[in-house]
Write a protein that binds this ligand. Sequence first.
Ligand code: NDP
Length: 240
Amino acid sequence: MARVAIVTGGTRGIGEAISLALDKMGYKVAANYAGNDEAARLFHERTHISTFKWDVGDYDACIEGVKQVEQDLGPVDIVVNNAGITRDGTIMKLTAEMWNEVIRINLGGCFNMSKAVFAGMRERKWGRIVNIGSINGQAGQYGQVNYAAAKSGIHGFTKALAQEGARYGITVNAIAPGYIDTDMVAAVPADVLEKIVARVPVGRLGQAEEIARGVSFLCSEDAGFVTGSTLSINGGQHMY
Ligand code: NDP
């Protein structure tokens, strides 16, 4: 029986590449998204991968969403917590709303989704949870206290949940991407981006597929002894 994988934010950007990579591995993939129906429709047309719409920041919606995926595809073995947003601004400009929204979706989404699948994985004694963090959660970033706090939280969340899953065949790992060429990075002003790329030893932005390859490994049968780890895929930027 093919394993079932949910990729949150799986219809665009890094998530799209992850959905495709897991599909190629023979997994049955459910690509979740939040509100961009047109992008989801085009993604489904291109890939024939099933799409499911819910807000990962909403606990009840995650429980219901997972139920729907299980009805359609079967018990969930793999969750990639990839959905994320930015609401950037220095603390002088950041509102409580911008803070709450980023924590609710980026960090709360990891809890909501893991909670929705963990009991089933424990029962079946197999699971893979991969959380997409960020180099900005490791190193911080000017104008991103909300995003950096949420992503840093993801790295702690990963290590704590890995300890709870270890005895049950459930691995929990994180990937910390550097700057990847997606819509999220297209929103960064060109002059800021130029300075960022100048600090990347490899000298370029990453590609979504380069993150997806790391996710594929962590979701494979072969990765059963890897848990609580953070894989940095950032062109060497973490060294600076
Ligand atoms: P994009 O903005 O290109 O895509 C985001 C995806 O997440 C979309 O599918 C979007 O759905 C979905 N999404 C957003 N909010 C929610 C929500 N509340 N519930 C469900 N789905 C949601 O992002 P990227 O591909 O660039 O980023 C993917 C992940 O990688 C994020 O966690 C990001 O923080 C992280 N990351 C990205 C880096 C980069 O350089 N791009 C660097 C480091 C980390 P919809 O289409 O409906 O809007």
